[in-house]
Design a protein around this ligand. Structure first.
Ligand SMILES: NC(=O)C1=CN([C@@H]2O[C@H](COP(=O)(O)OP(=O)(O)OC[C@H]3O[C@@H](n4cnc5c(N)ncnc54)[C@H](O)[C@@H]3O)[C@@H](O)[C@H]2O)C=CC1
Ligand SMILES: O=C(O)C1=N[C@H](C(=O)O)C[C@H](O)C1
Length: 233
């Protein structure tokens, strides 16, 4: 009997650092990668039609290609960052096409759980008063966007909980896979919560998990963090 992953077909859009890591995780899990491309708009419609696309391309490429991704694929998992200012346009394109979209600024389970903790701490400290929030994110020198997508998401959670926009600082040095620190500075004490990715493996594993989750899911727009936290509670 076939299981769900044996029928899953993946197209990797963006065969860079993350695309290559996703390819490794797919191979480890025995999931078929039917194409990998650095020009997703040129991909044959017949290949795309019954495939789930995992997109780790560039901010500019995703901005140019999102409508084509929504039209072409059965479902799309997007990890690319640097497009959240056009979120409403992207979501509308997927809704109109009836194509499932799962997105996350950070597909690691660690950041997913950290985000839930940041929401809780922000809400409680917002009610207590007297704390100033801040975020520091550190990444490798090749990263194109700043602040990171994760920092923007965490800033949104802090703002929602405390009604205060946190100060955000970005550091680009060496080959850091990703470190996010959220701090809450008070007069007498400070809370810090930090996530450090040791490699890109956790991001790729989360994106592949998201691709498997598209199977049997009603068409719609889903944020990975919400899906996972709901399952863990
Ligand atoms: N959500 C998450 O968990 C994570 C998100 N990211 C994000 O993923 C994106 C990619 O990161 P990296 O792999 O480190 O970058 P990278 O620069 O190593 O790879 C990007 C690749 O996209 C390709 N590309 C350019 N135009 C394209 C097009 N039209 N169609 C398809 N591919 C195209 C480039 O040739 C390159 O190979 C970035 O936006 C980064 O912030 C990175 C790690 C984790
Ligand atoms: O570009 C990266 O490398 C990363 N990008 C994501 C982001 O912008 O938050 C996630 C992760 O931190 C790695």
């Amino acid at each position: 009997m076939e299981n769900a992953t044996s029928t899953l077909k993946i197209v990797i859009s963006g065969y860079g650092k993350m695309g290559k890591m996703v390819e490794q995780v797919l191979a480890q899990q025995g999931i078929a990668c039917v194409a990998k491309t650095c020009d997703v708009a040129a991909l044959d419609d017949a290949v795309a039609r019954d495939a789930v696309c995992i997109d780790f391309s560039t901010p500019a490429a995703f901005r140019a290609n999102y409508a084509e991704l929504a039209r072409k694929f059965k479902a799309v998992v997007v990890g690319t960052t640097g497009w959240y200012d056009i979120k409403q346009d992207v979501f509308a394109a997927f809704k109109q096409a009836g194509t499932t979209l799962i997105w996350a600024s950070n597909f690691s389970i660690g950041v997913t759980v950290m985000s839930a903790a940041v929401s809780l701490i922000s809400r409680l400290l917002g009610a207590a008063g007297g704390y100033s929030p801040y975020i520091v994110e550190k990444h490798h020198i090749h990263k194109l966007d700043a602040p990171s997508g994760t920092a923007k998401t965490l800033a949104g959670l802090v703002q929602a909980g405390m009604g205060v926009e946190p100060a955000v600082a970005s550091v680009r040095v060496g080959e850091i896979a990703g470190i996010h620190t959220v701090g809450f500075e008070g007069a007498c004490d400070r809370i810090t919560i930090e996530h450090e990715a040791f490699s890109r493996q956790g991001f790729a594993q989360g994106a592949v998990l998201a691709a498997t989750m598209t199977q049997g899911l009603a068409a719609g727009i889903y944020e990975f963090q919400e899906m996972i936290v709901k399952n863990l509670q």
